[in-house]
Design a protein around this ligand. Structure first.
Ligand code: ADP
Length: 801
């Protein structure tokens, strides 16, 4: 073979390859098109079929220079030449014979030629074992490669396993690996088989790594594609299933909505609006969130009782009977309500109603409203307005918000299921207003008979007629009801119950009600009147009867439990026997004050739980004119203390007080029960008397209580809650109560027992009562409190030392 003789050079035609490398021992088929290349093949075919194949460095060159062709190439035999039907192209099959080096290249458009010298494999210093190892690792890498490369067949490995010669193996792998032309050229130029295998192993490893990454990316892409396809198929399938079931989802339910809207007894304006929204719904894709919002909207509109109502009956004698059946006392309240109903009966054009029941908790406001609902045959709904700050709570949120809903009023109407219910709006005095809007403005629109026939809720966006609703609002006090609302409502006031009234309510209403609730018969539980009185005095302190009802419920529970367990057949609750049932009494009877004391005066307060006595203590010590007020007082109360002080300063001489007292004395005014917030002007007279007593040293009569606002000139102004306050004074064992002269007419409202038990002294000026309340000895010198005196004495003593 000529390749064995390195010295011998041969002249051969040359074919420049573009992107191809042929290794010795390999068969390759490819097309030839360039004239210079076909000419070279023709020449070879005319001689001994031998041709030198070498890569060209720049693939785009048509006729490369000698330097543009790699000098190391392969001498091949053209085994076949096949002319192709189109143009000059011919397909040839070549067999690589041996590596060779071109010593000279003669480029010629009519066929390149070259003078070559064979390049046999070079021996290298490598042990047989190492060579074997190299070979095996290349083979196994190649096997992996074949398995993973998309255009390779794993069986190809068999070709080389049959001929495990390192040189052949290296050539074979190099021929079949997907490598850059430069890399293949490098393999061709590496003459030592061991080194060639090393190089190959490196390339194989890299290719395997690249393929692993490729695979990872492909898998991820495939998974994504599968998911999308899966969803697509599921959707298509759902459509088919719906069609099969005859539930062409959207359009069917649109039809249903349309039918219902057409049937609604509403104005053309409202119907048009609803149909417009339905039109929008039908354009939404199935399952979109917008569609859900629109569906929610239509459902609410369809659920509204547009013209569904109960037939109102106003039968005054029947109403009177019902109110009397359900409530003890409350004569004036019942009378006012019956008058109101009578007027309503005579003016049928006024369809709704608006009342406001004001009174302490548990005095029967809600229960009166319930009786009215029953008597007028209206459905009853209750809404609490306490703590509502946001206008949107009354008027609703626009439906564009996710989860928006109609406001409380419209929700109440839906709940009632009729457009003329009796709606109880509790705690209207506790409405708030802040940056989120003023709920009272929205309420005003709803309650005002002039405007409420087209109340607009933000969610509905269409007017709803509230003019047939009978509104009853409840409040604990008139003071904090927004003025415009207050002006539009008919106010009916309920006041605290006396202990005697509570006893009757408990006996005639609460106990039978609770007995029934707990499944007890009248003969299974008896509670003595005196025991109920104990319950009222020791276990509750309230204006109404809520806690009393709760205590009675507790007694019923105990009785029911005992009877069920078989401990007894019936229970009779006697006075002095409440502790085992209700635990120890929570309230001790108020202490009757027997001693007259300096700087300590009993005032009267009106709180949410009714009337209470409220003591004021004043201490005067030497100092620099500081005024100290403690006991959790509000601003009005503080101002009223200042007013009292200013009045005393202006009358100091007449009162026998050192005119400089405001410079050389510190004054401390304190109200006990510091944890309870206190405010209001009605303790003015109390503070004033306590101050005068402390400054003059004259004790105050212990059996006197007082209430009244005072001015800078000592005038006494009227106060509220007289009924409750006098009740508290009566409970506390007070004998004389000083009240503002202007409150005198209110004495008519006061409970019989209280009126008989107390003596009232109306006054219009502080001066007029001082002789009555102060126990004065003839002692013009201002005096200090006993302990303050001793303290001051001690202090003086130390200074003198
Ligand atoms: P409010 O609404 O004023 O807070 P409720 O109406 O809830 O008070 O009254 C609390 C309980 O006391 C109810 O069970 C009610 O029936 C009962 N009640 C209140 N006043 C009377 C009364 N005058 N006669 C009979 N039961 C009464």
């Amino acid at each position: 073979m000529p390749e064995n003789n390195e010295k011998e050079t041969v002249l051969l035609p040359l074919l420049a390859l573009r992107g191809l490398t042929v290794f010795p021992g390999m068969l390759l088929t490819f097309d030839v098109e360039r004239p210079a290349s076909t000419a070279a093949v023709d020449l070879a075919m005319k001689t001994n079929q031998m041709i030198f194949l070498a890569g060209q460095k720049e693939l785009t060159e048509e006729l490369p220079e000698a330097g543009g062709i790699y000098h190391v190439g392969t001498v091949c035999r053209v085994k076949q030449q096949l002319r192709q039907p189109r143009g000059n192209v011919c397909r040839i099959m070549v067999e690589g014979l041996y590596r060779a080096e071109a010593l000279n290249i003669w480029p010629d458009p009519k066929g390149y030629s070259t003078e070559i010298r064979p390049l046999p494999d070079r021996p290298e210093r490598i042990s047989a074992v190492r060579m074997q190892g190299l070979l095996r690792s290349c083979l196994s890498l190649f096997e992996d490669y074949l398995r993973q490369a998309p255009d390779m067949l794993p069986e190809q490995i068999l070709n080389i396993l049959a001929n495990p010669d390192p040189s052949y193996v290296a050539n074979y792998i190099a021929q079949h690996l997907r490598l850059e032309p430069e890399e293949k050229q490098k393999l061709l130029e590496t003459l030592q088989p061991g080194k060639r295998l090393m190089l190959l192993a490196g390339y194989l490893k890299r290719e395997l790594d690249i393929m692993a990454v490729e695979k990872e990316i492909n898998d991820a892409a495939q998974e994504q594609m599968n998911r999308n396809q899966r969803e697509y198929y599921l959707r298509e399938e759902m459509k088919v299933i719906q069609a099969e079931l005859g539930e062409d989802g959207l359009s069917d339910d649109t039809e249903e909505y349309r039918r219902k809207i057409e049937a609604l007894p509403v104005s053309a304006e409202v119907r048009d609006k609803l149909l417009k929204e339905l039109g929008r719904l039908s354009k939404q894709p199935f399952g979109s969130s917008e569609a859900a919002v629109l569906r929610g909207y239509l459902d609410v509109c369809l659920e509204l009782p547009w013209s569904k109502k109960t037939k109102e009956t106003i039968d005054i004698p029947k109403a009177r009977k019902m109110l009397d059946e359900d409530h003890y006392g409350l004569e004036k309240v019942k009378e006012r309500i019956l008058e109101y109903l009578a007027v309503k009966q005579l003016t049928p054009e006024i369809k709704g109603g608006l009342l406001c029941l004001v009174g302490p908790p548990g005095t029967g406001k809600t229960s009166i409203a319930m009786s009215i609902a029953r008597a007028t045959n209206r459905k009853l709904v209750r809404l609490s307005l306490g703590g509502v700050h946001d206008e949107a709570e009354i008027r609703g949120h626009r439906k564009t918000y996710i989860g928006s809903m109609p406001g409380r009023l419209i929700s109440g109407i839906i709940q009632a299921g009729s457009c003329n219910p009796l709606m109880v709006l509790d705690e209207i005095d506790k409405l708030g207003s802040d940056y989120r809007g003023d709920p009272s403005a929205a309420l005003l629109e709803a309650l005002d008979g002039e405007q409420n026939s087209s109340f607009r809720d933000n969610f509905l966006e269409i007017p709803f007629d509230l003019s047939e609703v009978f509104f009853i609002t409840t409040a604990n006090t008139k003071d904090t009801i927004p003025r415009p609302l207050l002006d539009r409502m008919e106010i009916i006031e309920l006041s605290s119950y006396t202990d005697e009234e509570k006893l009757h309510i408990a006996k005639d209403h609460l106990l039978p009600k609770q007995r029934k609730k707990h499944g007890l018969k009248a003969n299974q539980l008896r509670v003595d009147d005196e025991a109920i009185r104990e319950m009222i005095r020791g276990y509750t302190r309230e204006s109404g009867v809520r806690l009393l009802e709760r205590e009675l419920a507790a007694v019923c529970r105990k009785a029911a439990g005992g009877i069920a367990e078989g401990k007894y057949k019936s229970l009779s609750v006697k006075p002095g026997k409440l502790e085992p049932l209700l635990g120890p009494a929570r309230f001790k009877p108020e202490q009757r004050r027997v001693r007259d004391e300096v700087g300590l005066v009993r005032g009267l307060a009106y709180t949410a739980v009714g009337g209470e006595t409220l003591d004021v203590e004043v201490a005067v010590v030497e100092g620099s004119g500081k005024l100290n007020l403690t006991g959790n007082l509000g601003d009005v109360m503080k101002e009223s203390a200042q007013a009292a002080l200013s009045y005393i300063r202006s009358r100091a001489r007449t009162l026998g007080i050192d005119p400089e007292f405001y410079k050389n004395r510190d004054i401390h005014i304190h109200f006990p029960e510091g944890a309870v917030p206190k405010d209001g002007p009605s303790a003015g007279i109390t503070m004033c008397v306590a101050l005068i007593s402390a400054l003059t040293g004259a004790p105050v009569r212990g059996d006197v209580a007082m209430t009244g606002e005072i001015t800078l000139r000592g005038r006494v102004l009227p106060i509220g809650g007289l009924r409750e306050k006098t009740m508290a004074a009566y409970r506390a064992g007070v004998k004389t109560v000083i009240i503002p002269a202007e409150n005198e007419p209110d004495l008519a409202e006061i409970d019989q027992d209280v009126r008989q038990g107390l003596s009232f002294v109306p006054t219009d000026h502080v001066d007029k009562i001082l002789d009555l309340v102060l126990v004065r000895e003839e002692k013009p010198e201002p005096a200090l409190l006993p302990q303050a005196q001793s303290l001051l004495g001690a202090e003086r003593h130390t200074v003198r030392q």
